[in-house]
Ligand binder design. Structure first.
Ligand SMILES: [Fe+2]
Ligand SMILES: [Fe+2]
Length: 391
């Protein structure tokens, strides 16, 4: 009887292990040693003789790559081996969903991961919470609303990105490591905005409705043959997020590009040093996420086998993404008004604050257009972010 056709107990499992041919041989002193005796580079053992020297920052992935000659090639093989490792002959082939370098790479990717590790911070101890100063009630309420919105926005990034981790071929460890570090960054952002909302006499405000933005793109997305995924997350199952190319464009370039501009605004709006420091901390993380997205877009448009088709397809995606995030972000009454109250120094100055908000939006739109054009996707003339906000 084997473990496959009966209810197994711990004792059964131990007995089955003991009967394995390998352990029967081992009990007689007969070792396997396939890994030990294999020739480096022969398929079973990977590489030998690599002696990576630490550089100025310590031992980076770049140092290890250059010492070993194991920089990423163009395609990952259909196996679970880390890049440069050999493989147990019994392991067999394992297909991955994303195997080509052009589908995931950015020339700054390895460096961004190293930077993510060295610049991790701690929302519990690295913010000087004890010196948070009381704000006038209208300002506190507006900042709490903005923090509530940002708490939700940070979930969007993690929920959409993390389900892609198991799809990348392990050959490209850089993307797995970087996206894992981004998930940690976004978790810390959710944490810090939640803490800010609850730390200064205010509280969590109104969660915004997502339905309107989805309604806006559902019909055109369906007409373009796009369907929502099925991760089970109300945030991730969106017709914009069907390939890594699309996820990265929508999240890293469109969404986080806007978030980065808004964080910069948040630093300007922060009335206390503590609030300013929160926005400064999240901004440095967010800049990495956007830097990956922009450089990946460039790499993809230069390295994909069919760059013109990719560019056209990305333009069609960008049309939808810009509509979606315009609705989700800039048109939400609670977001417009909370930022305008902060910019106007209180509810009495909301008129002036709305003008500041419109200025920030114009700048944000311009930053998006420059960033995409530099990466090779010129959205000028067809961008769905309206030139002016309608108020
Ligand atoms: Fe974030
Ligand atoms: Fe981010």
């Amino acid at each position: 009887m084997t473990t496959t056709d009966r209810v197994i107990t711990p004792a059964d499992f131990a007995e089955d292990l003991a009967k394995r041919p390998y352990f029967e041989k081992l009990r007689k002193g007969d070792l396997d040693l396939r890994w030990f005796e294999a020739e480096p580079g022969g398929g079973v053992w990977g590489t030998w003789g690599s002696k990576a020297e630490p550089s100025r920052r310590g031992l980076t992935l770049m140092d290890v790559d250059s010492a070993s000659g194991l920089a990423a090639g163009l395609v990952g093989p259909p196996v679970t081996a880390p890049r440069g490792a050999g493989l147990d002959p019994d392991a067999g082939m394992t297909p991955w969903e994303i195997n080509d370098k052009w589908e995931l790479w950015a020339d700054n990717l390895t460096n961004l991961y190293e930077e993510a590790c060295s610049r991790q911070w701690n929302a519990t101890a690295d913010i000087d919470w004890r010196h948070l100063e009381a704000l006038p009630p209208d300002m506190e309420r507006a900042l709490c609303q903005f923090c509530t919105f940002l708490t939700m926005a940070e979930y969007l990034a993690t929920d959409v990105l993390a389900p892609w981790l198991p799809k990348f071929n392990t050959y490209f460890h850089e993307i797995k490591l970087f996206i894992a570090s981004q998930a940690m960054d976004e978790a810390r952002h959710t944490e810090v905005f939640r803490k800010r909302a609850l730390a200064n006499g205010g509280g969590l405000g109104m969660a915004i409705a997502l339905g309107g933005a989805l309604k806006l793109i559902n019909a055109p997305a369906a007409a373009a043959g796009r369907t929502a995924g099925s991760t089970g997350s109300p945030l991730a199952d969106n017709p914009l997020f069907s390939t890594w190319r699309d996820v990265s464009y929508c999240i890293h370039v469109v969404f986080e590009g806007a978030v980065l501009s808004i964080f910069r605004f948040g630093e300007f709006l922060g009335k206390t040093d503590v609030d300013k420091s929160i926005f400064r901390m999240v901004m440095q993380d967010e800049a990495r996420h956007v830097a990956y997205g922009a450089m990946h877009l460039k790499y993809l448009l230069e390295g994909a086998p069919d760059p013109d088709a990719q560019r056209e397809d990305l333009h069609r995606l960008a049309d939808l993404a810009e509509m979606f995030f315009t609705d989700l972000f800039f048109m939400q009454p609670a977001t417009v008004e909370s930022l305008a109250i902060l910019a106007g120094d209180g509810i009495g100055g909301v008129g002036a604050g709305l003008e500041v908000y419109k200025d920030v939006y114009r700048k944000l739109r311009e930053e998006y257009l420059s960033r995409t054009a530099r990466a090779g996707l010129d959205r000028r003339g067809r961008c769905f972010f309206p030139e002016e906000l309608p108020f």
